[in-house]
Design a protein around this ligand. Structure first.
Ligand code: ZN
Length: 247
């Protein structure tokens, strides 16, 4: 029989039952169980894990567990650069692109507003989300931990917060998004780049009182909607401003 001792750190504890949080506990492992298998069996999706140490040594997800192993499981580190230690993920994604599940429409909207390519459709089934993530190298966003346990999903984020603005802040912190944000560069409806157009061109399509008030206009080449820096824009600036401050 294989018994291993586990200790989960920081917010990974949220996935555990109360009696297992913030302390070491021993459990019986299935025969030939890997690190990843046991971590997920204990309730923590692999996408949430950044570093696994077995008896103090960094290991990959496929490491087989042996009797007496002491396993320490860590989420993404905020302050400490542990990249020399990383073994669980083969490669970071070069571009941050997302696919959001059906319950995260509000967050998807805010991510697009921040300039992050985010696919969202409330008809996406779990299989589709997983397939899109794999084929297009997208990070899965969800509050469904079973979805994140799917094998083909290599990068994902379990979103802890419930409200879109807080969810956005959570992602900015976890993924350090401030530096790569490009606010107002994407169409909120189509998730495609906006291009700026001159005032004369906008004037043909807008009431003159609107045109008089604003100087910059943008359009989406797919849906042809026009955007300008009006009240909606200002409320988005108010929301995004604090997140972009630490750039
Ligand atoms: Zn559009």
């Amino acid at each position: 029989m294989t018994r291993a001792t586990f200790r989960f750190y920081e917010e990974l504890n949220d996935f555990l039952p109360a009696e297992r949080r913030r302390q070491a506990f021993t459990c019986i492992c299935a025969r030939a169980a890997t690190v990843k298998h046991m971590i997920e069996a204990l309730g923590v999706p692999h996408t949430e894990v950044e570093l696994v140490l077995v008896d103090g040594e960094s290991v990959g997800f496929e490491r087989l567990l042996h009797d007496g192993d002491r396993v320490a499981v860590y989420p993404k580190f905020e302050a400490l650069d542990i990249s020399p230690l990383l073994k669980v993920r083969e490669r970071p994604l070069r571009r941050l692109r997302f696919v959001a599940d059906a319950h995260l429409g509000g967050l998807a909207h805010l991510l697009r507003m921040s300039g992050f390519d985010t696919l969202y459709d409330n008809h996406f089934a779990d299989e589709q989300i997983a397939a899109i993530a794999e084929q297009q190298g997208r990070i899965v966003l969800t509050r469904d931990r079973e979805l994140l346990k799917r094998r083909i999903i290599s990068h994902g984020c379990y979103v802890h917060a419930l409200k879109p603005a807080q969810q956005l802040r959570e992602l900015f912190e976890r993924l350090d998004l401030a530096r790569s944000a490009r606010p107002f560069s994407l169409c909120l409806h189509c998730n495609l780049p906006l291009s700026s157009i001159d005032k004369e061109e906008a004037a043909e399509r807008l009431p003159s009182r609107l045109c008089a008030c604003y100087s910059r206009f943008y359009t989406c080449n797919a849906c042809h909607r026009l955007f300008w820096e009006g009240s909606h824009w200002r409320s988005m600036v108010a929301l995004l401003g604090p997140l972009l401050d630490d750039r």
